[in-house]
Design a protein around this ligand. Sequence first.
Ligand code: PLP
Length: 235
Amino acid sequence: MTPNLLRDRLADRIQQVETRLRAACQRAGRARGEVTLVAVTKTVPVEVAALALELGVLDLGENRPQELWSKAAALPPSVRWHAIGHLQRNKIERTLPLAHLIHSVDSLRLLSALDAESAGREKPLDVLLEVNASQEASKHGFAPAEVPLLGSPLRSLRHVRVRGLMTMAAPEEDPECCRPTFAALRRLRDQLRDAVGPPHDWSHLSMGMSGDFEVAVEEGSTFVRLGTVLFEGLA
Ligand SMILES: *Cc1c(COP(=O)(O)O)cnc(C)c1O
């Protein structure tokens, strides 16, 4: 594919996603500005990620820290990097200075390691807690039943600010089947918002991938993380 063709195809994909996002927001009575599109670039080379950026997508997501480091080194600092995959503690030090938001905090051990590593920062570190809302054994994240018990450990954090929750729904043929998972995440968030006050703010729900993002938006998502629908077949 020539660079121009690639650019045109990606522009079309972004346009189609934009149309679908607007329609989903409208159905839910929400403003399009309440939802951030995070383009998940894990399957594409940095040149394609650079094109997405040129086409106005400033929020890019990677699930592997090493891939985030190498793409971040090659792309301008205007990118807002979202770390969306399991983060091992030995990867924290290099990842923190690059990440705009960590979506995938999946244990109290990781949370306290992040808090310690953030001690010297000017601003608090923004994170989301990953919840294994679909309760699949293969997935990382807090069990839904654990989440209401997090109040006390969260209140002891000094340098980390929890901005909300993240989940991955189980893959389904029919995206409607994901709706209960997304609704459950929203209810957990509401519960925490009432139970745990500042500096945590609970404004965000990171939910919705290529197969189910419209349902996620209808259920209150503020970050959709899209890979396949943007990039499949392009690189
Ligand atoms: C890969 C990935 C996505 C994007 O999935 P698609 O179905 O390709 O849109 C979103 N979130 C996480 C955590 C991922 O690893």
